[in-house]
Design a protein around this ligand. Structure first.
Ligand code: GLA
Length: 397
């Protein structure tokens, strides 16, 4: 399938190496059959039941997804020595995702984001001569779909399983006018866990009126294990030679700025923390990295997967590679985490205890004519794919 040929072709282009498995890891990697099981994940105040789907592949990698917000609540992978850890921030119960403390800090842990990932300036855009007003839930701006975006909606689920893959297809219908957006939007997101230790996220949407759509996934990773401290020593490669600088409310100015000679140059793997404290206006605006990077793709490869990012955890040797059909990725270094939320292991999620790499179209595209369009028309199908691939390499503390 194209996802594999696409990722390996591009991976070769940016120098991905073939990684050897340790003996311990090879041992853990043979034993189980892939499976998907449904579990209860509680109930909403109106009585609707919330479920969790527990996916496992043949190597034992397991991931839990809840129908509330399409949230990935846990994702366990082995390190270079075959030790397992949960590598995403989150909670093991529904109440913690709905608590007042969570609502206040609103980190969108592991959630599906829609209708529009990231910000729309002043919650306003004009389409075909009509101005639409959206909720302003981030200062003067609209963020991640509004007051109740897709991350706070109940999705329906259909699990599936075949010889090599397991997964769950989630569906949510957003009615015309929801959160101020025009058109009835029917959205399907499929999570597939493959035999190659990949999580594939496929997005499809259709509408009955022209409307902006920019779906993404907001997992926070800590490849040393969630709750294990800061992510600043993780080494990050971003396949981007430009980023979209922002104003002090994190709205893009419209410029595509060259990353060369700036703290935004991650073309060579660099520790996240190496330049995060630099005296730089863009870093000051984001309180760290909170920026959209423009992915490099050749002219013929539009819509094909490109390798967007590669992240290495120095102590555990875990590696995450992210490929996407999207033109951009928001790299967010967990700057707004402040220790008030307590994670699955009872440890506080402090500033920079996780990072997000949200594959996406660029923020505020409905107001930026020069950015790739995010407008979905009736009769068209929105399609987008992102692949996370987990592997290990020799630790390099
Ligand atoms: C995105 C935004 C950030 C922040 C996080 C969630 O990354 O760009 O500013 O809202 O989501 O806290």
């Amino acid at each position: 399938m194209s996802r594999f040929s696409g990722i390996s072709r591009l991976a070769m282009g940016v120098g991905m190496t073939c990684l050897a498995l340790s003996a311990a890891q090879a041992n853990t990697m043979q034993t189980q059959s892939p499976s998907v099981e449904k579990e209860s994940f509680g109930q909403l105040p109106d009585g609707r039941k919330v479920e969790a789907y527990h996916l496992r592949n043949g190597h034992g990698i397991d991931m839990k997804v809840t129908t509330y917000g399409g949230i990935i609540t846990s994702l366990r992978t082995p390190d270079a020595e075959g030790e397992w850890a949960d590598v995403v921030l989150g909670f093991d119960n529904l109440a913690d995702y709905r608590s007042e403390a969570y609502r206040q800090s609103n980190p969108y842990f592991g959630a599906l984001i829609g209708r529009y990932g990231n910000r729309i300036a002043e919650g306003r855009f004009t389409l075909d001569g009509t101005t639409h007003e959206l909720a302003t839930n981030d200062g003067a701006n609209h963020l991640h779909g509004g007051e109740r975006g897709f991350d706070k909606r109940l999705w329906t689920a259909a699990p599936f399983e075949n010889d090599s893959e397991v997964g769950v297809e989630l569906t949510y219908v957003s009615e015309d006018g929801e959160e101020g957006y025009p058109g009835r939007l029917e959205t399907h997101v499929t999570y597939t866990l493959t035999a190659d230790d990949e999580v594939i996220i496929d997005y499809h949407a259709t509408t009955d009126k022209a409307t902006p759509v920019n779906l993404t996934q907001h997992s926070y990773f800590n490849l040393e294990g969630e709750g294990s401290g800061s992510i600043v020593d993780h080494r990050l490669m971003l396949n981007a030679d430009a980023f979209t600088p922002v104003d002090d409310t994190l709205i893009p100015t419209g410029e595509l700025r060259d990353v060369a000679d700036t703290p935004f140059d991650f073309r060579e793997a660099t520790p996240i923390g190496a330049r995060i404290g630099a005296d730089n206006t863009q870093l000051a605006y984001g309180q760290g990295y909170d920026h959209n990077f423009v992915l490099m793709r050749d002219a013929t490869a539009e819509d094909e997967l490109v390798l967007a990012a590669r992240v290495e955890a120095p102590d555990s040797g875990r590696v995450l590679e992210i490929a996407t059909s999207e033109p951009g990725v928001q790299f967010y270094s967990g700057n707004f985490l402040d220790g008030t939320l307590i994670g699955k292991q009872g440890k506080a999620y402090e500033k920079r205890s996780g990072f997000a790499l949200e594959t996406q179209h660029f923020p505020d595209s409905p107001n930026q004519a020069a950015f790739p369009s995010t407008i979905l028309e009736p009769g068209e199908t929105y399609q987008s794919r992102t692949v996370w691939r987990f592997s290990t390499q020799t630790p390099t503390p």
